[in-house]
Design a protein around this ligand. Structure first.
Ligand code: GMT
Length: 391
């Protein structure tokens, strides 16, 4: 199939999923066209079957806010016509679904004059994947709620990354139409613990006597990075330990401040944004993901695939991934005492830690490998295209 994909190309779970999906689909022979304002960060630009179309937004003195959504819609319609795309798959409802719906209308209304009439006037199915904050934070903001509902209702197909997000979307937006659950995935051949690589790299971050913890996020308030530091400080006062903080964002200074307050700043590696997290995650013994909300928790899945269990919060779709005391541990939001007690106990019991690490890898392998999830997207695409053509 020829598939147009739009996402936020910078760091963030939805962009990661969209980019990895494009890479996996391209490897399976599909022709993929990314339509975004910059090249998605996990793309090298040299992948076979993958094309990138930059959305340029013209600025005029009159525009206080240059209209990206309109520039995106125009580019989507142009690319769809030029390359005869079979569908547009957008990630994150706002504004991508609305731009795609506009592109679909432009094509139907034969608004692209440069294109021969024979190719215009067709329908272009639009599939929207909901990732979480597009519903739970942005979408529920009164000023975006009606347009989010419109974007969902007018898409030809809608997927959600967890049952929790599907139910939450239905409830919050009063949506009765079908929402397909297709969960986050990970490439289990790329996200895997390679003992030789771990032996070579781990000494850069921790000695053999030290336990190594990791947190990976965009450092937004919803991630509760302050709880990561609170938990780590308690662990570091109880045993030799270090923490890798991967990512960057608004709460990084808070994390630095708290680290100094607890006098653990020299035990923390502030690594900032990293491209190859698959090489860093397997170095760790334990991941911390104390988020206020996670519709799924891709970061935990990536760690689990590398054999690193997570201590996380019992929120959103996380229980669809983590089984408490089997492949990780779940606690209530903000309960840093329980999380640190659990972390200290687990890290002190090597046998239990190894059992949990194996169970974490097995969960990723059995349920969330790209090889299992990508065919679900392919089947869904075919279903939506068939339905659109017949309807
Ligand atoms: O929270 C983030 O990391 C960013 C956000 C996004 O849309 O970029 O992530 C959401 O999508 C991820 C991929 O589908 C999910 O794994 C995350 O759980 C979800 N984040 C939240 O719900 C807070």
């Amino acid at each position: 199939m020829k598939i147009g994909i739009t996402c936020y190309p910078t760091y963030g779970g939805s962009g990661v999923v969209a980019t990895e999906l494009g890479i996996e689909l391209a490897a399976r022979g599909h022709e993929i066209h990314f339509i975004t304002y910059s090249q998605p960060f996990r793309l090298t630009g040299r992948e076979a079957n993958i094309h990138f179309h930059e959305v340029a937004v013209s600025n005029y003195p009159l525009f206080e806010h240059p209209p990206y959504d309109l520039a995106l819609a125009t580019r989507m319609a142009e690319v769809a016509e030029f390359y005869s795309l079979d569908l547009l798959h957008v990630h994150y409802a706002i504004p991508h679904s609305v731009s795609a719906i506009l592109a679909r209308q432009m094509i139907q209304a034969q608004m692209l004059q440069a294109i021969p009439a024979s190719t215009t006037g067709r329908t272009l199915p639009v599939i929207t994947t909901l990732h979480g904050t597009d519903i739970t934070l942005v979408g529920l903001d009164r000023s975006y709620l009606p347009i989010t509902r419109f974007g969902i209702a007018q898409s030809d197909g809608v997927t959600a990354i967890s049952s929790h997000l599907r139910d939450r979307t239905r409830e919050a937006f009063n949506i009765t139409s079908e929402i397909e659950v297709i969960r986050n995935f990970v490439n289990c051949d790329v996200y895997v613990r390679k003992p030789k690589l771990v032996a070579a790299m781990r000494p850069r971050y921790a000695t053999s006597e030290e336990k190594l913890l990791v947190h990976l996020s965009n450092f937004r308030p919803v991630k509760r990075v302050q709880d990561v530091i609170e938990v780590f400080a308690r662990v570091a006062h109880a045993m030799p330990a270090r923490l890798m903080l991967i990512g960057d964002g608004p709460d990084r200074s808070t994390a630095e401040f708290l680290a100094r307050r607890h006098n653990v700043q020299y035990r923390i590696h502030f690594l900032g944004k990293q491209d190859n997290v698959n090489e860093l995650l397997p170095l760790a013994d334990l991941m911390l993901m104390p988020s206020e909300m996670e519709s799924f928790g891709l970061a935990a899945l990536e760690a689990m695939a590398c054999g690193v269990p997570a201590i996380a919060t019992r929120v959103g779709g996380v229980p669809e991934l983590i089984d408490h005391d089997i492949n990780g541990l779940l606690y209530e939001v903000g309960d840093v005492e329980a999380m640190s007690t659990a972390a200290i106990a687990l890290l002190s019991d090597e046998t239990r830690l190894q059992t949990m690490a194996k169970a974490a890898r097995k969960t990723a392998q059995d349920h969330f490998c790209a090889s299992r999830i990508i065919p679900l997207y392919e089947e869904y695409y075919e279903r939506v295209v068939r339905r659109t053509q017949s309807g």
